[in-house]
Design a protein. Structure first.
Ligand code: NAP
Length: 246
């Protein structure tokens, strides 16, 4: 029988990450539910997974902090013995998105620290500590394609994630570790909904030819595919999941 595999999902207390964690647990992975501050929500995800017959633990770690990421990997190995899958889902986008000219240092630094450095921190450790045959999925955004005004810094941090992922996939030659990126369009989570009027949400929901708002489940299914055997020949790719938006 195949040994149970282990997945770390960063930012899995809410939104897309929580759904990814639940899907991977359903797929048979033991899951590390990482979060930044929301312990109660992370514990709820662990409970939901247990009720569905799965196994997971919640681990607090700020992905922007290299020492905390090292502790996250230590805790994952201590709990489950190894790391087969890493999903870099933790990310931030402020609800108020001014144009570049009006973006302050704090907002810039926070998005760079969590979206770029956070991804870098986990990838650097994964290069050393992930099992042969591992799989990594990093979260970008379809904003890299739509280039909507107001999203310059957020979009730039995710463009950096895409480039880093594609180069990293090549650097892992010989390890049989696949690295891919999922770049969703608007998805119904706090990150997207916060600060928007119902009219704005409706307008953005109607933009893709499939004419609805994406759901966390749409992204989680794609991540399940990208870490699963069905995608064994997919490596170094960016897959936009957005109903045809761009
Ligand atoms: P969300 O609902 O705001 O959830 C964010 C998650 O990330 C939470 O679990 C949060 O933990 C965690 N997090 C935030 N900062 C962290 C840090 N420094 N270290 C560790 N965890 C941290 O966001 P979402 O909409 O699910 O987005 C998930 C990913 O998808 C992000 O990378 C985002 O950029 C990307 N994305 C989202 C959309 C969208 O429309 N929603 C579209 C394209 C791409 P706490 O609960 O502890 O705060």
């Amino acid at each position: 029988m195949k040994a149970t595999q282990v997945a770390i999902v960063t930012g899995a207390s809410r939104g897309i990450g929580a759904e990814i964690a639940k899907h991977l647990a359903r797929d048979g992975y033991q899951v590390v539910v990482n979060y930044a501050s929301n312990a109660a929500e992370a514990d709820k995800v662990v409970q939901d997974i247990a009720v569905a017959g799965g196994k997971s633990i919640a681990i607090k770690a700020n992905v922007a902090d290299a020492a905390e990421v090292a502790a996250l990997f230590d805790a994952a190995e201590k709990a489950f013995g190894k790391i087969d899958v890493l999903v870099n889902n933790a990310g931030v986008m402020p609800s108020h998105l001014p144009v570049l000219a009006d973006t302050d240092d704090k907002a810039f630094d926070n998005m760079v620290a969590i979206n770029i450095k956070g991804t870098f921190n986990t990838l650097r450790l994964a290069a050393k500590r992930m099992e042969q045959g591992g799989r990594i999925v990093n979260l970008s955004t379809s904003i890299v394609g739509t280039t909507l005004p107001g999203y310059s810094v957020y979009g730039a941090t995710k463009a950096a994630v895409e480039t880093m992922s594609q180069i990293f996939a090549k650097e892992l030659r010989g390890r049989a570790i696949r690295v891919n990126v999922v770049a969703p369009g608007p998805i119904a989570t706090e990150l997207f909904l916060a600060g928007k009027t119902p009219e704005r949400i409706e307008a953005l929901s109607k933009m893709p030819p499939l004419e609805r708002l994406g759901q966390p489940d749409d992204v989680a299914k794609t991540v399940s595919f990208l870490v699963g055997e069905q995608s064994g020949w997919v490596n170094g790719q960016v897959l936009r999941v957005n109903g045809g938006l761009v």
